[in-house]
Design a protein. Sequence first.
Length: 481
Amino acid sequence: MQNEQLVKDLQAILGSAKVLSEKLDLLSYSYDSSFMARNNRFVPDVVITPTSTEEVSKVMKYAFNNNISVTPRGAGSGETCGSLAIQGGIVMDLATWDTIEEIDAENMQVQMRPGVIHAELNKRLAEYGLFFPPDPGSSQMCTVGGMVANNSSGLRAVKYGTTEQYVLGLEVVLPNGEVIVTGGVNCRAIKNVSGLNLTKLFVGSEGTLGIITKIRLRLWPKPKARGILMAVFNDLEQAPQAVLDVYKGGILPSGIEILDSSAIKAVNEYKPDINLPNAEAILLYELDGNPASVKWEGEEVSRIVGLLAANVEWSTDPQRMSELWQGRAVTATAAARVREDGSRIFAGEDISIPLNKVTESLKKIKEIGKKYGIGVVNYGHIGDGNVHTAPVINPEDPEEVKLGAALADEIHLLAIAMGGVTTGEHGVGAVRSQYARKEHGAALDVMQSIKRTLDPKNIMNPGKLLPEEGNKHGTSTSSGS
Ligand SMILES: Cc1cc2nc3c(=O)[nH]c(=O)nc-3n(C[C@H](O)[C@H](O)[C@H](O)COP(=O)(O)OP(=O)(O)OC[C@H]3O[C@@H](n4cnc5c(N)ncnc54)[C@H](O)[C@@H]3O)c2cc1C
């Protein structure tokens, strides 16, 4: 179909104001933060901004009947090309549809449309003493719809889990335009074991099975107190032990973060006034809860970790906590500055590995970096084994771009070999589907058949999450990383 006709048809469904087709508009929707998007432009044919279930349903019926691809998009803050129309077609931008429909404080639930920004939601919930705990670093921009579609989380996943633990039900427009509600029509119960769990099927489906148009979340009471503990280690091996020992001591911090020597060096070069101690590793523990329990836990964690660490500092003073946290807060930015002509690339950047393999993995990643002559800065959520790696290359140098892709491939394969997964946070998108067979085995066939059933014409975000059918073995080539 000619673009002109496509635009006209969509204007007839939605009105002109909700259909963007100017070249500049389309270009603005052609990239995200991924390495793959850095080297390619995925320009959609048209962008639309629907703001009702009826509009979404009408567009999906039209797309289904005319075999047109549709890629849903929240804030476009993803790292995997997830919200990019890599096969062209329609980008459906849901970010402007940002109504919080109901805060049901008595049942500790909230119901909203997909475009609500995460930080805004928590600001509103704080008025009721409630919060939605998953906390991606992109909180100020990402949408709750994007979080549900990506099953996003952040540094507090150790204690609070990921988005999936909070989703009670969804309204979803299927690829053929049909509208369903998962989790029970009108159901407000917090516990629900009735029927197949379709809610979980759509959480983390990365926009490949339908458009999420309404979200019902359960909420938690907002903790009243918080404290930060910084521990410095002269031996990297001690870091995972210091995590385990705290768990064995019966304490579950809200987050446990690691900076290895590469991250410490990057932070000190970027902001010398932060002046982190030169060490093999620094761990930051965050504890939250009621004031008395946080005080006791802080003292207990200091005692336990103090048996291994060279130095430990614990604080509940807001000013000191923010000073202790500074190094972690700037790590991602600092990584990009370790080379004057370098940029941090988002490739092989969020593997998730078993806790007892963290040290070995960090060492191996350093070796892989050396092999390719690429500096890699390591940090992340050691509390749940979700390691962030930040390869730094000159993206203008085609040779380095190739090496960067090969390095990312090795990091992904390392994660699988260690009994982990290629992504603990950022998702699969277009850049990790090549590992699906290795990661899921025969379960991949079941995933493919679910996709075929719900989306028989493969119009819903094609080229994402699952490898193209017929590729029985998957590949480990570095293309796309
Ligand atoms: C600085 C920075 C820090 C980050 N930190 C984290 C982190 O700590 N943890 C983490 O998990 N991620 C993180 N991310 C990645 C990303 O921001 C999150 O996964 C985020 O939740 C994506 O939300 P979004 O609204 O930007 O979605 P998008 O990027 O627009 O979309 C993400 C995926 O969801 C699909 N989608 C979006 N909306 C819908 C919908 N309504 N229905 C169906 N499918 C939909 C898209 O098709 C795409 O596949 C970070 C990104 C940046 C740039």
